[in-house]
Ligand binder design. Structure first.
Ligand code: ADP
Ligand code: ADP
Length: 217
């Protein structure tokens, strides 16, 4: 993913907020990037622009290796959000199957792939549970299983451990990293948690909508 001079303005009545200010960055196969910075510094917006959810106000974002219109193509990009992203009426395996059904994978193949993804996140015993029956950590692991189920080229995770305690958060991260180990999937995690950031290969530090520092760990 290649972002060049991206700015993002949100209009609010007569005011506008600069969420991103001339950010340029590139994401390559196999990258492990933590995006850190204070609340409001633009981390979420950067992930949304990289994923094609939020169009930038100016600048160019391209996905040369992914092809056009990849944002809603779960075989290219998987998203993990901070919380409550599971669909309530669906059980765990049904939630994980959503990306497969959206890309018209057959029911039987979808079941198998979803179960494998659940296994990678140590959730095989919870396949038939409803979201309301899960702990916060389990729910985030289901969200991670759903993000990896199509073996996407990119995973964008916005504060995936933000609502979890240290141990639970590290467990999620362990399983997520193990699930993409040896693949060329790139992982970008926006996080406040330096113990999460330190597990990545690269840290991007944001402040006031700018990507100020890039550091290799
Ligand atoms: P965090 O600091 O945990 O990244 P935020 O609270 O900044 O989370 O943002 C959470 C979500 O709410 C994001 O998807 C963001 O686009 C949206 N959001 C943030 N600020 C506003 C706002 N002022 N108005 C509307 N939506 C917002
Ligand atoms: P972070 O993830 O670092 O907390 P965000 O990208 O969520 O930062 O937000 C960056 C700035 O843009 C903040 O000032 C936030 O309030 C604002 N913002 C984010 N999303 C929206 C939105 N949908 N509408 C209005 N303002 C927003």
């Amino acid at each position: 993913i290649s972002a060049k001079d991206i700015s993002c303005l949100y209009k609010k009545g007569n005011n506008s907020v600069v969420a991103l200010n001339a950010v340029s960055c590139q994401l390559h196969s196999g990258d492990r990037i933590a995006v850190v910075g204070p609340s409001g510094s633009g981390k979420s917006t950067l992930l949304q622009v990289m994923g094609g959810i939020e169009p930038p106000t100016s600048g160019t974002i391209t996905w040369p290796a992914l092809g056009p219109r990849h944002a809603l193509r779960p075989e290219k990009i998987g998203f993990i959000f901070q919380t409550e992203s599971l669909l309530e009426p669906l059980n765990c395996i049904e939630n994980v199957k959503i990306p497969l059904l959206l890309s018209h994978v057959g029911e039987e193949e979808a079941d198998e792939a979803a179960f494998n993804a659940l296994k990678k996140l140590s959730l095989e015993n919870l396949a038939n549970k409803l979201p309301e029956e899960l702990s916060g950590g389990q729910a985030q692991r289901v969200a991670a299983a759903r993000a990896i189920v199509r073996q996407p080229k990119v995973i964008l995770a916005d504060e995936p451990t933000g609502q979890l305690d240290q141990t639970t958060g590290q467990h999620l991260l362990d399983l997520l990293l193990a699930s993409i180990e040896g693949t060329d999937t790139a992982l970008v995690i926006a996080t406040h948690d330096m113990t999460v950031a330190r597990r990545m290969k690269t840290v991007w530090y944001m402040e006031h909508g700018r990507l100020e520092v890039r550091q290799h760990c």
